[in-house]
Design a protein around this ligand. Sequence first.
Ligand SMILES: [Cu+2]
Length: 70
Amino acid sequence: MPVLEMKVTGMTCGHCVQSVTKAIQARDPHARVQVDLAEGLVSAETALDRLSAVQAIEAAGYKVLPCARD
Ligand SMILES: [Cu+2]
């Protein structure tokens, strides 16, 4: 599956990591999500398209920054 990389603001602790991970997995149960808290970087190996993943994260209360590589 492709890997989406997203810069996310507002994540501060392990609970936030879980929230973001569950938000993505709610839409794609097979997604593998890795979060780098220090960098605010979310890497999701998922069948979701970027828009769906971004919407999932934002619905969980976090902000996804536009990515220069898009
Ligand atoms: Cu937190």
